[in-house]
Ligand binder design. Structure first.
Ligand code: PDD
Length: 285
């Protein structure tokens, strides 16, 4: 079955799905994106993803390409046409096509929209979660506006590649103040020896993850104590547990940081429980 992408009003075979070479997403990474999990053919926490998209667009002064409800219809249609039961749907909005000039083009230039979807291997992801992943720390190398979900991901690409070359799955950024900010494509969490779950506040240095926000509601319902504060690599290595969150991995246990095992080197009970409970608290649409 060939994969289908939505590009600026048309559903096309992926191999024919093209954007203009003067698209500002291609020329300047001048655009934003969202990634939603698909479960049982449904979009997970779609309204929250749309609220974050709206915010990212507003911060960059890119016009909303279409009403968000219509965008939802397109995203569901791409999921349907690709027969995704479990997987991801990707949405990208750029400032549109214009002759190359750094400053914004006239407001008559319409934003470009691309939507793709692909299945994930559920059994494989469950196996990865059962084993846990390794992370390595890397120096923070991004611009300060990491709160915007921008497609300018070159620093994240380099960090992730460094992790892979060191045999790890994710890179955790460490700021110049010595505190961990977040992962190259996930939020970072630890569990202290007395059972408190710690993650950095979304006020600075991180993307406000949707999985992170929903997980905080899960923890409240399960009466798991939460501390929003920064933590260092040393505290993380000595923690009882560590994990990352993102739409693609939900709660993924971390079993080693910079080659040192965390806890007993197996996924921790808190992370496992949060992973199991997560979808009871997420919205499906
Ligand atoms: N990444 N921090 C960064 C830098 C991210 O790229 C992501 C998501 C997150 C977690 O956000 P959420 O829980 O809303 O997915 C945090 C997506 C999945 C990606 O780039 O593929």
């Amino acid at each position: 079955m060939s994969r289908i992408a939505y590009v600026n009003g048309r559903y096309r075979n992926l191999r024919d799905a093209c954007v203009n070479v003067e698209d500002r997403g291609y020329q300047f990474a001048d655009g934003v994106y969202e990634v939603c999990e698909v479960r049982g053919r449904k979009l997970v926490d779609f309204p929250r993803h749309m609220a974050r998209l709206q915010r990212s667009l507003r911060e960059l002064r890119i016009a909303e390409p279409m009403p968000l409800s219509a965008l939802g219809i397109v995203m569901r249609e791409v999921v349907r046409r690709n027969r995704v039961i479990y997987g991801l749907v990707y949405l990208q909005v750029t400032r549109g096509v214009a002759r190359r000039d750094h400053a914004f083009p006239p407001t008559t230039v319409k934003p470009s929209i691309v939507v793709t979807a692909r299945p994930l291997n559920y059994a494989k992801n469950q196996q990865t979660a059962a084993n846990g992943i390794k992370v390595v720390t890397v120096p923070e190398n991004r611009w300060p506006r990491v709160d915007i979900k921008s497609v300018s991901l070159l620093p994240n690409v380099l960090a992730k590649q460094e992790a892979r070359e060191k045999g790890a799955y994710e890179a955790w950024y460490v700021g110049s103040d010595g505190f961990i900010t977040e992962g190259a494509s996930s939020n970072a969490w630890i569990v202290t020896k007395d059972g408190r779950v710690v993650t950095r506040s979304a006020e600075s240095g991180i993307l406000a993850g949707i999985t992170r926000a929903v997980l905080m509601e899960v923890m409240e319902a399960l009466q798991i104590r939460l501390e929003e504060r920064p933590f260092t690599p040393a505290e993380a290595r000595e923690a009882a547990e560590a994990f990352v969150t993102s739409a693609s991995q939900i709660v993924m246990p971390v079993v080693a940081i910079d080659g040192q095992i965390v806890g007993n080197g197996r996924p921790g009970a808190v992370a496992r429980r949060l992973r199991e409970e997560f979808h009871r608290f997420s919205a499906f649409s």
